[in-house]
Design a protein around this ligand. Structure first.
Ligand SMILES: [Zn+2]
Ligand SMILES: [Zn+2]
Length: 165
């Protein structure tokens, strides 16, 4: 099973994402596949709107779009990433260095059907820069177990398409 990353960044960033992905989601028989972003945001910043563009381009294929502009979730405000069903976005905007990669891995966790987690875990919710910088890349044992079950089932998530940060 592959997770598609729509990303316009350089090779070094791609290599870092692959290595983080392989350590966060190890032993799950998953790999990342890169492709070019569907389009520039052109002033889009509503997360639900961006996710609907992504969904149209990729269908039900599990995908995350790495964007470089500010993203808002109506009712929540600015966010660093969010996921709905099999699609997610993460933005490189507003976070220092490669901290956005932690958000990208967290959103991939949502794509794999993981909910927020109260343990010390990649799936802890984080709304601020500081919380993201403190959040580990590793999943807790419970989330690893859930992700494994979901991947084995083909992580069909048609029921839930509300965007979650
Ligand atoms: Zn967890
Ligand atoms: Zn989340």
């Amino acid at each position: 099973m592959r997770v598609r990353v729509l990303f316009s960044g350089d090779d070094l960033s791609r290599e870092m994402l692959v290595s983080l992905f392989e350590s966060s989601f190890r032993d799950l028989e998953l790999s990342l596949e890169f492709s070019d972003p569907p389009e520039h945001l052109h002033g889009r910043n509503d997360a639900a709107d961006i996710l609907s563009v992504l969904l149209k381009k990729t269908g039900a294929y599990p995908s995350i779009w790495v964007v470089d502009g500010e993203v808002y979730l109506p009712g929540t405000g600015p966010i660093f990433g969010c996921a709905a069903g099999r699609c997610a976005i993460a933005t490189t905007c507003g976070l220092p260095g490669t901290a956005w990669m932690n958000v990208a891995m967290h959103e991939i966790g949502h794509i794999l059907g993981l909910d927020h987690c109260t343990w010390r875990c990649l799936m802890q919710p984080a709304m601020s820069r500081e919380e993201i910088e403190r959040r580990p890349f590793a999943l807790c044992a419970r989330c690893v177990g859930t992700a494994r079950e979901n991947v084995q089932r083909g992580f069909s998530l048609e029921g839930d398409v509300r965007p979650v940060p």
